[in-house]
Design a protein around this ligand. Structure first.
Ligand SMILES: Cc1ncc(C[n+]2csc(CCOP(=O)(O)OP(=O)(O)O)c2C)c(N)n1
Ligand SMILES: [Mg+2]
Length: 606
């Protein structure tokens, strides 16, 4: 990745004088589109996921002049491009960049933008727009995408003056990546892209009201946290995505080493603390562990680090962690007391706060032995479990096996949304930050495959596996073409239960198993109304291995437990993209479960 650039490749002498940030350009005029692409290069962008159309053609034409500097990946649907950019961003921490044309191209990006907003992912979305003279006339392929996305972006621009382009791109990177990260949209009318201007890449930003500086806990606040820890007898750390976004996993580990406080993580926090550490209590919340939920309930001190008290974590808010004091360290002041009133709110970059805390923190005065022994007891009596003797391949078993085979090598795992996602969170033990890519806040089916593409492009030497569901995979199945054509050898372990399993689980629990459009096979199959007697090989639909083959992938179907490990090894060792279609029963439920809005006392174990 370079920031200073020797300029676009061209056979004729190039009139431009490209500049890195801080360098002035020459006086030659270039197109607005070239200014945008040069600005991307100046900000270190090496990959962009972009699908062309009428109003973004000048940008694509400009991109061809930067071959060798910026890889342009052509997704097969803009949503796929948006999620691939997210996979790039989530696995690296850098800004992911996607681009689409106006109208349908732009609206196809909306879900990925909203998803990035809820999970605080640094994303730059660039859209073409109709020319400024016709904006507001319902011109061909016009949608007011800034208006559409206003409430799902961290910031957004409609650029009407080409002279603003370099500044806007600079601000967009700054806003997306500083403070609490998030998505920024830049909408670019075609005439602005075509305008000839003399660029100034050194132009200052103009962001009144946004410093981008991360707030820092005061000394007094750090002392208050240290004192709260010293006085606690039953402390628990509740760590979220903010720990990963801040790059604070090491500081968190040090805090735990110094104090012996057990840790539970949110879905976004997984990987922030090693899953196999004896003090790790895994995930908390609706499908979190019994031991984490009990520990939070009984804690006399909850250290909430980079979290937002999501309802999937808290259940009934008034009952959540009500027996103790709560410290909330959070970079975004708007999260403080938003859901849960806390005794010790600290607006701070988590990494800074933990580093300062580690300087002075002491272990709790009273020994934690009894507390950790109780937690050990809960772990023993109620671990995440499944029927290991089942003759079927249970999804939990498949995930455990994949984890066993990949645990000693760097690996990145993405997921779709549903039961397979929750089981992955429960049974794959993540060791490092940015190795679990999961649409958590928005819960978007179809995330897994494109996110894996972005991660694999950013980490070509790392094994990247999408653990997906059959419903979720179909939502962006077209991205298999991207993998093949763009030479991105991701692996898909498909936990294929022929159902929208998570919805089936809720039907079973709350609607007397009445099947309401949750079977993914033909409607005349008795399974569609819940009256089947099992799903034989001939009933399975679609034939995912054939679909994969059609896209040029290798693939294999497994239903025998004895075959699974061999098939997984084949998948891992295969050179190209590979889909392993694993037949799993749909009758399994993700447990434990705290039903929506309830408490640990209503926790369902089986
Ligand atoms: C885009 C989108 N539409 C609908 C939903 C609601 N939903 C949540 S989980 C789920 C079922 C997912 O099925 P599948 O991908 O097969 O995973 P499984 O639960 O079977 O493991 C549905 C429909 C969603 N999360 N996202
Ligand atoms: Mg399914």
């Amino acid at each position: 990745m370079t920031t200073a650039s020797p300029g676009p490749r061209s056979s004729t002498p190039d009139p431009r004088s490209p500049a890195g940030p801080g360098k002035a350009s020459g006086l030659q005029a270039v197109s607005g589109a070239d200014v945008v692409v040069q600005s991307l290069v100046n900000h270190g962008v090496d990959t962009i996921f972009a699908y062309p159309g009428g109003t973004s053609m000048p940008l694509h034409q400009a991109l061809t002049r930067f071959r060798g500097k910026v890889r342009v990946v052509l997704p097969r649907h803009e949503q796929g491009g948006g999620f691939a950019a997210q996979g790039y961003a989530r696995s690296t921490g850098r800004v992911g960049v996607c681009m689409a044309t106006s109208g349908p191209g732009a609206t196809n990006l909306v879900t990925a933008i909203a998803d990035a907003k809820l999970d605080s992912i640094p994303l730059l979305a660039i859209t073409g727009q109709v020319g400024t003279p016709v904006i507001g006339t319902d011109a061909f392929q016009e949608t007011p995408i800034v208006e559409v996305c206003r409430s799902v972006t961290k910031h957004h621009y409609l650029v009407t003056d080409p002279a603003d382009l370099a500044r806007v791109v600079r601000e967009a990177f700054f806003i997306a990546s500083t403070g609490r990260p998030g998505p920024v949209l830049i909408d670019l009318p075609k005439n602005v892209q075509l305008a000839q201007i003399v660029p100034d890449y050194d132009v200052p930003m103009n962001l009144p009201g946004y410093s981008g500086l991360s707030p820092r806990a005061s000394e007094a606040e750090i002392r208050t946290i240290a004192e709260a820890i010293r006085q606690s007898k039953r402390p628990v750390i509740y760590a979220g995505g903010g720990v990963i976004a801040a790059g604070a996993a090491e500081e968190l580990g040090e805090l735990v080493r110094k104090t012996g406080i057990p840790v539970t993580m949110t879905l976004m926090g997984l990987g922030g603390f090693p899953g196999e550490d004896p003090l790790c209590m895994d995930m908390l919340g609706m499908h979190g562990s019994v031991y984490a939920n009990r520990a939070v309930d009984e804690a006399d001190l909850l250290l909430a680090l980079g979290v937002r008290f999501d309802d999937r974590v808290t259940g009934k808010v008034s009952e959540f962690a009500k027996h103790g004091r709560i410290v909330h360290v959070e970079i975004d002041p708007s999260e403080i007391n938003k859901i849960k009133q806390v005794e010790i709110p600290v607006v701070s970059d988590v990494k800074y706060a933990l580093a300062e805390l580690n300087e002075i923190v002491q272990p709790p005065q009273a020994s934690l032995t009894e507390w950790t022994r109780r937690i050990e007891g809960w772990k023993k009596s109620d671990p995440f479990q499944y029927n290991e003797d089942s003759s079927d391949i249970l999804p939990q078993h498949a995930i455990r096996t994949l984890w066993r085979l990949t645990q000693d090598r760097p690996a990145i795992v993405s997921v779709g949304v549903g039961q397979h996602q929750m089981w992955t969170a429960q049974f794959y033990k993540f060791r490092r930050p940015r190795t679990f890519l999961c649409s958590s806040g928005l819960g978007t089916m179809g995330f897994g495959l494109p996110a894996a593409i972005g991660a694999k492009i950013a980490h070509p030497d790392t094994l990247v596996v999408d653990i997906d569901g059959d419903g979720s995979l179909l939502m962006n199945v077209q991205e298999m073409a991207t993998c093949f054509c763009e030479k991105v050898p991701v692996k898909v372990m498909l936990l294929n239960n022929q159902h929208l399993g998570m919805v089936v689980q809720w039907e079973d629990r709350f609607h007397a198993s009445n099947r309401a459009h949750t079977y993914l096979g033909p409607i005349d199959d008795p399974e569609a109304v819940g009256r089947g007697t099992g799903i034989g090989p001939e009933q399975r639909y679609p034939d995912f291995v054939a679909v994969a083959a059609g896209f040029g992938w290798q693939g294999r179907f497994v239903r025998q437990k004895s075959e699974l490990e061999d098939a997984l090894r084949e998948m891992i060792d295969s050179p190209g993209p590979y889909l392993l279609d694993v037949a799993v029963p749909y009758q399994e439920h993700v447990l434990p479960m705290i039903p929506s809005g309830m408490t640990v006392r209503e926790l369902i174990k089986r």
